[in-house]
Design a binder for this molecule. Sequence first.
Ligand SMILES: *[C@@H]1O[C@H](CO)[C@@H](O)[C@H](O)[C@H]1NC(C)=O
Ligand SMILES: *[C@@H]1O[C@H](CO)[C@@H](O)[C@H](O)[C@H]1NC(C)=O
Ligand SMILES: *[C@@H]1O[C@H](CO)[C@@H](O)[C@H](O)[C@H]1NC(C)=O
Ligand SMILES: *[C@@H]1O[C@H](CO)[C@@H](O)[C@H](O)[C@H]1NC(C)=O
Ligand SMILES: *[C@@H]1O[C@H](CO)[C@@H](O)[C@H](O)[C@H]1NC(C)=O
Length: 532
Amino acid sequence: MRRDSCILLLLGLSSSSWAGVTVQLPGLAVPAQYASRRDDAEKLFTTSYAAYKEFAFGHDDLSPVSKGFSDGRNGWGASIVDALPTMAVMGLEDIFEEAVNFSSQIDFSKSQTSDTVSLFETTIRYVGGLLSAYELSDGKFPVLVTKAQEVADKMAFAWVGNNDVPYGFMDFSTNTPQRSTSNIAEAGTLSLEWFTLSKHTNNATYGNLTSRSVKRIASLASPLPGLAAQGIDPTTGNAVGSYVTWGGGSDSYFEYLVKYARLTNTNDPVFIDTWKTAVDSSIKTLLKTSTVGNHTYLADFDGTRIRHVGSHLACFYAGNWLLGGKLLQNQTIIDIALDLNEGCWNTYASTATGIGPEAFAFISSDGSFTGGSTPSAAQTAFYNQHGYYITSSAYILRPEVLESNFHAWRVTGDTKYLDRAASAIDSFNKFLPATVAFAGLNNVNSVNGGLIDDEESFWFAEVLKYLYLTFDDPAHISLDEWVFNTECQPFKAPPALDSYAGSGTLVKAKPFKVQSGVVPAFSPNAFLPARK
Ligand SMILES: *[C@@H]1O[C@H](CO)[C@@H](O)[C@H](O)[C@H]1NC(C)=O
Ligand SMILES: *[C@@H]1O[C@H](CO)[C@@H](O)[C@H](O)[C@H]1NC(C)=O
Ligand SMILES: *[C@@H]1O[C@H](CO)[C@@H](O)[C@H](O)[C@H]1NC(C)=O
Ligand SMILES: *[C@@H]1O[C@H](CO)[C@@H](O)[C@H](O)[C@H]1NC(C)=O
Ligand SMILES: *[C@@H]1O[C@H](CO)[C@@H](O)[C@H](O)[C@H]1NC(C)=O
């Protein structure tokens, strides 16, 4: 590969990733007629941030209807820290520096609210935002690493004794862990951020703690090969319940398996092997098409039965499978990822607002069981028209469908993905304006269903960054040079390897005893606005 890249250079061909596997379509450019769309995305951001500054500065979330604020992330100014990398990506230098100044003063020694501290939420937003901003500003602000280390040092108390798996929540005033049962998303979505912290602090402990937790989850017997049960007990390191989903509570554990392999270029095959096995087993057992419209989804499995449900959160899977399919050079995975992306986009394309719902369900040739109530007459009618029906109608400014759409654009170069992102911008401008800035919707299938008075930090960090990058020069924050954390915070990756094959074999399934009667730690279809 090295020699090939020299030849490329000699020929005068530029290539951002001249060695190893590539993810993006080489030579991709955004056609000129879409140029103004990048400005539209930036305007959504600057309008939202100006309102946040005026009415909520220093607090976690803006309340865009009542012009107030709320503090659901321990009151450390989540929107500021989470928005830092977006400001850097958009080149908004003044507010970036102001936000760096604010971040340098955060008191992470205690929660500013009465809440305990979530390892997961704090890692992806605060640690992720600070470290990504540090890298995006070329190391100009070392205080960003200092602050990330400060909050991580407190969270490190969540690993008790020799436990592999951390507790999910910490009481910062006493440095004691809280709650007994965690889930694999909480325990397995720390590795990218803490590895990056190790890199910038020269203290390997952070990366070690978090990769150990991932490896523990991967080593457990699981309901389906490679697909760990959702619940986990940090005290024993054992699985809790038998629920399998790519949705909330499990999602980003799977996401990080392949991203960790790419960010670290580790020679430990467990991350690729487990991801590949999870995907293989999902294709065999969870992959379903609807009886109406032939839309493709990944169902859930409750240990006994398939549940024909989907969610906005789970729709990250298309983008993740595209990334992994490219790294593993597996066209089967790429093709299925594109089908899944179509299924998720259909949940946007078919509503009255052009925006997709929080949760939905469908019917496939193997049945219609969801674990919940049977569809109403209105839901059945909607299903017969659109191939899915809405079970939770809100839109709370989540990114996942546009995240997958961004990956589909960068991987295939098909401009239909630019058209979709443009249509989402139009829907946002039409349906989300609140008293100030933009608000979520109670009902995506109604043009006057009312607004939700909260703008979570992921609107700044994810939705608007993915939209902006969709219309930006693909060489900027290329998927061949950066790995995004689950909050869309980019980390600088080393040059790609020639192959991400793992050991070349799937993980061998261990006998798993279905734990009937055990309630999963996390209810995947509940409306959970507090979660990412
Ligand atoms: C940030 O803080 C530095 C040092 O106190 C100050 O010089 C600078 O003007 C501040 N920048 C902004 C944008 O507030
Ligand atoms: C590395 O970080 C861990 C976790 O905070 C800490 O306990 C340890 O003392 C640090 N090691 C060094 C050499 O600073
Ligand atoms: C981190 O893990 C590596 C590999 O297992 C090990 O060699 C190293 O000693 C560990 N370092 C710390 C500080 O835990
Ligand atoms: C690609 O992935 C699919 C699904 O896991 C698998 O069946 C197939 O063997 C893989 N192809 C190669 C060449 O590894
Ligand atoms: C349904 O979609 C799948 C996946 O895209 C495709 O392979 C299949 O041919 C389609 N079936 C019909 C009846 O259109």
